[in-house]
Design a binder for this molecule. Sequence first.
Ligand code: FMN
Length: 201
Amino acid sequence: MLGASGVGADPLALLQALAARRSVDAHALRPPAPPPEVLQRAAELTLGAPDHQGLRPVRFVHVGSEERAALGELFARAAAATGRDASGVINARERAFTGPGLLAVVVRIRDDVPDVPPYEQWLSAGAALMILLQALHLQGYGAKVLGGRAARSEVVRRAFCTEGEQLACWIITGTRDPAAEEPKPPDMRRELLTDWSPAPS
Ligand SMILES: Cc1cc2nc3c(=O)[nH]c(=O)nc-3n(C[C@H](O)[C@H](O)[C@H](O)COP(=O)(O)O)c2cc1C
């Protein structure tokens, strides 16, 4: 029997699975990368993110293994354009090969929608990003969000984005090496949920 959420008999088991997600560093990610159907399912789930006026501020661009060398050249060009030395350029090229799977997170933050300020759109994009990470996790794949210089480079932005879009970050993904060190549980000391009381008048 499914409840209104569609979760079924054991919602706590699902919550436990969601709570177990941790970012997986590049060195702990192994092939295989998530196949297209897993990525597609995860991307479709992100449409459930709260999205004021349905602006769809985020989309995901998959970089296939065949395209990594071209991405490496792009990263190298971007590094050279910002004046990095030869070893910096080599490092930048190598970063394109990080993780068995790679997605670019592209956002469009509009400033012409009076009722939806940019911070709401960023929140929506972040919510979509988190859904994607959880959807990969629940399908058995590890992932980590990475920023870095390449994401901020205009050379790279132009290769992934249309006018008005920006490359917010990358997601590396793959299969978590079972021998890798267990990620630390989150720090629960902060008060995450409190009850509001109005100030005495
Ligand atoms: C937009 C964004 C960019 C990030 N960039 C990096 C990065 O470049 N390098 C890094 O080590 N962590 C980066 N992080 C943090 C990791 O993705 C991750 O959240 C952090 O390691 C904590 O792990 P947890 O998700 O398991 O709590 C970034 C996070 C976000 C949201």
